[in-house]
Design a protein around this ligand. Structure first.
Ligand code: FAD
Ligand code: NAD
Length: 467
């Protein structure tokens, strides 16, 4: 008689592995099926972690070659060792993916390497290596199969000259010129990496602004800063084709509304126009699991339309972020264990790890205006923050948006140094439904960058005082 699992998870990314570990902690019998050789999914293998490793290393390199002089540090003979930079990134990825395998063992999660498919009610078929098959019996199935790159029609990604984020994380040489298609998170982050390492980076964006979805005031100031860094932007522009010549790529583009065709030459083109849910070959239709027209699995409290089948992470609605997938994984395991489970979708922070960084939580000014919500605003520039001045990192500002009647914080938006580490405070405040005055009257250590958040909160009542 085959073992009966409480849950079998298909996909070992942040959604799947956190769901598995939490289920193990709760004493459930759990297996996680992952087709890749390593755990961690997109995030650890070809996403968050390798991109942050290259962002950090390239920022240090740019500092050493361009800005340490202002701090009284003379550098000569600084050289890029790209192979070592890539090796450092690979080692971080390897260590972290092994860490998850260790956590699986510690929490008694069965790890199967193979392609999973739902083969009927309570049955997951796993195609193991060497064409062997195994069928797992389970009370619950969790789909955590993530997402894949959205292709650009007519453009074939070869991961060498025309690359997705995966290829852009492993280029063997710094291209002289790179064209990035899409001014979203990946375009700005990986564009920054290669610009810092010496490439001329041009960004082609269909919409009239960068970072659609983020607060417009922040995006506008960020674009100005990125332009000064050397990024070239072609907004409201669509790519109509890429010709692959022997020595270069020739990209044709025209205004989004139509007009004269222009061309741009590049050594490498990075296509990053979004990601789409990946659910192929799972047998979802046969099981009656409903998806929307764009392929996102529809869920209510992580339950799909088919009994005993749940879905979490990038393959379902909501922001395609590792921490969103992670929180859903934990909540889904807790719901399966019969516990109260909750994810606060209004308080999921977003971060773009450029320099300066962009971070936000809650609603933007545009969203509040559109919803007809009256709000008050306080903002504070990093030029007036003493720590930012001491560090010679004064670009950007913090903005706090609070309900005009109740003072509850509705959104916090930041552009500046290390704001990825500052947004957690705002998220915690919002989780506790804090008023802007709660932050304004909380003692913050001096001199810290976090004082800029306090000063912006003080600004809601008009009593900002720091210089
Ligand atoms: P995934 O991580 O995609 O994992 C799904 C897993 O399922 C994969 O390992 C896949 O192999 C496996 N799988 C699929 N089908 C099957 C099957 N049939 N059988 C077995 N296994 C299967 N997010 C952030 O929050 N912060 C960041 O800084 C960040 N940076 C990013 C940078 C890049 C370049 C990219 C591409 C993404 C980044 N993201 C970031 C997004 C983040 O990686 C995803 O939101 C996150 O990985 C989603 O987790 P998931 O578990 O839903 O899916
Ligand atoms: P994105 O949605 O952030 O940006 C895509 C951009 O491409 C948008 O600005 C869009 O208007 C533009 N676009 C779409 N079609 C186009 C076209 N035909 N021509 C020109 N521009 C076009 O997507 P992404 O940058 O590919 O990232 C994918 C996902 O990965 C995102 O959902 C993001 O959440 C996640 N991610 C997160 C992080 C992070 O949290 N720091 C980092 C990287 C990726």
């Amino acid at each position: 008689m085959a073992e009966l699992y409480d849950l079998v998870i298909i996909g070992g990314g942040p959604g799947g592995y956190n769901c598995a570990i939490r289920a193990g902690q709760l004493g459930l019998k759990v297996a996680c099926v992952e087709k890749g050789e390593t755990l961690g999914g997109t995030c650890l293998n070809v996403g968050c972690i390798p991109s942050k490793a290259l962002l950090h290393a390239s920022e240090v390199y740019e500092g050493a070659t361009h800005s340490y002089g202002a701090l009284g540090i003379k550098t000569t003979g600084v050289e890029l060792d790209l192979a070592q930079m890539m090796a450092g990134k690979a080692k971080t990825v390897e260590d972290l993916t092994k860490g998850i395998a260790f956590l699986f063992k510690k929490n008694k999660v069965d790890h199967l390497i193979g392609q999973g498919r739902i083969a009927g009610q309570g049955k997951v078929e796993v195609l193991l290596s060497g064409d062997k098959k195994s069928v797992l019996d389970t009370k619950n199935i969790v789909i955590a199969t993530g997402s894949e790159v959205t292709p650009l029609p007519g453009v074939e990604i070869d991961e060498e000259r025309i690359v997705s984020s995966t290829g852009a994380l492993s280029l063997k040489a710094v291209p002289k010129s790179m064209v990035v298609i899409g001014a979203g998170v990946i375009g700005l982050e990986l564009g920054s990496v290669w610009r810092r390492l010496g490439a001329k980076v041009s960004v082609v964006e269909f919409l009239p602004r960068i970072m659609p979805g983020s607060d417009a005031e922040i995006a506008k100031q960020a674009q100005r800063i990125f332009k000064k860094q050397g990024f070239e932007f072609h907004l409201s522009t669509k790519v109509t084709g890429i010709e692959k010549l022997k020595s270069k790529l020739k990209l044709s583009m025209e205004p989004a509304k139509g007009g004269d065709v222009q061309t741009l030459d590049a050594d490498v083109v990075l296509v990053c126009i979004g990601r789409r849910p990946f659910t192929q070959g799972l047998g979802l239709e046969e099981m009656g699991v409903k998806a929307d027209p764009r392929g996102f699995i529809e869920t209510e409290h992580w339950k799909t339309s088919a009994p005993g089948i749940w879905a979490i992470g990038d393959c379902t609605h909501g922001p395609m972020l590792a921490h969103k997938a992670e929180d859903e994984g934990v909540a889904c395991a807790e719901a399966i264990a019969g516990k109260a489970a909750h994810v606060n979708y209004g308080v999921i922070p977003g971060v773009v790890y450029t320099s300066p960084e962009i971070a936000w939580v809650g609603r933007s000014e545009e969203e509040l205006r559109e919803a007809g919500i009256e709000y008050r605003k306080g903002s504070f520039p990093f030029t007036a923050n003493s720590r930012a001045r001491a560090n010679h990192q004064t670009q950007g500002f913090v903005k706090v948006l609070a309900d005009a009647k109740t003072d509850e914080i509705l959104g916090v938006h930041m552009l500046g140094p290390n704001v990825s580490e500052m947004i957690g405070e705002a998220a915690l405040a919002m989780e506790f439904r804090a008023a802007s005055e709660d932050i304004a009257r909380t003692c913050h250590a001096h001199p810290t960058l976090s004082e800029a958040l306090r000063q912006a909160a003080m600004g809601v009542e008009g009593w900002t005082m720091q210089m």
